[in-house]
Design a protein around this ligand. Structure first.
Ligand SMILES: Nc1ccn([C@@H]2O[C@H](COP(=O)(O)OP(=O)(O)OP(=O)(O)O)[C@@H](O)[C@H]2O)c(=O)n1
Ligand SMILES: C[C@](O)(CO)[C@H](O)COP(=O)(O)O
Length: 221
């Protein structure tokens, strides 16, 4: 089976703020996005890497690659209005015949080799696979009138990427009309009525979302 990974880095990074888009920020001297692409290349040197970037950041990325001597093969697609639209643009470069395709946040550089391998292996049988981790704190639901209530944490999981699917299924799912409930790829596939299979993720696989996460990143490298 042919393997693809769509690495989405088409967002605005509003919660991170700062002058440099978060995917280009160096962590221990190397831009986040290069670390992320390297993780997938280390898993499989034949994987087809599709990087989704805003149009106005693509020249900057190419200059950065030259500066760092970064030569991992990849194709570039244009970022979209939302993550959904960015993934859809990346999917346009995927040949869905006998293929599996993963979607991974460009700002999750610490995904483990074991998790990548497990997601791709399971996708061939299950068709739709996502990594999740346990909730390690008590969870409360906010209710009306300033009330709140503890809920059973075992009923919840935190969702990571890569989310891996047979390419034909993911393309069919992304043919649907966008709704704001589509916060990840699993939610898009489930809207077709297709079940999603959960496997254990790795706790280091954080999404670099706020400046605090960058501090954590520096110790995770
Ligand atoms: N239009 C968008 C929005 C998000 N993403 C990507 O989806 C991933 C997860 O999104 P998030 O961390 O929420 O990134 P942003 O949307 O950029 O962050 P924010 O909501 O703080 O602006 C990121 O790698 C981001 O670049 C994307 O490719 N295209
Ligand atoms: C796809 C995702 O990483 C799963 O946890 C996450 O939903 C993306 O972040 P956002 O804040 O929903 O854009």
């Amino acid at each position: 089976m042919k393997k693809y990974i769509i690495v989405v880095a088409g967002g605005k990074g509003l919660r991170m703020g700062g002058d440099i888009p978060k995917q280009f920020i160096p962590v221990k001297g190397k831009p986040v996005l290069m670390r992320t692409l390297e993780a997938f290349y280390a898993y499989d040197k034949c994987i087809n890497i599709i990087l989704v970037l805003p149009v106005d950041q693509q020249d900057y990325w190419k200059r950065l690659c030259a500066e760092y001597g970064f030569t991992l093969p990849h194709r570039i697609a244009n970022g979209g209005e939302t993550r959904f639209h960015s993934v859809k643009n990346g999917l346009a470069l995927v040949d869905d015949r006998n293929s599996v395709v993963g979607v991974h946040d460009g700002v999750r550089p610490f995904v483990s080799q074991e998790v990548i391998a497990a997601c791709y292996a399971a996708a061939e049988e299950k068709q739709a696979v996502i990594p999740v981790i346990d909730v390690v704190e008590t969870v409360r639901r906010i209710e009306a009138d300033e009330k709140s209530v503890t809920v059973p944490r075992d009923c919840y999981k935190l969702v990571q990427t890569p989310q891996v699917f047979t390419a034909s299924l993911l393309k069919q799912a992304y043919g649907q009309t966008y709704t704001s409930a589509f916060t990840d790829d699993a939610s898009v596939v489930e809207a077709l009525g297709h079940p999603v299979f959960l496997i254990p993720g790795n706790r280091e696989n954080i999404k670099l979302t706020t400046p605090f996460d960058l501090k954590v990143a520096e110790v995770l490298v």
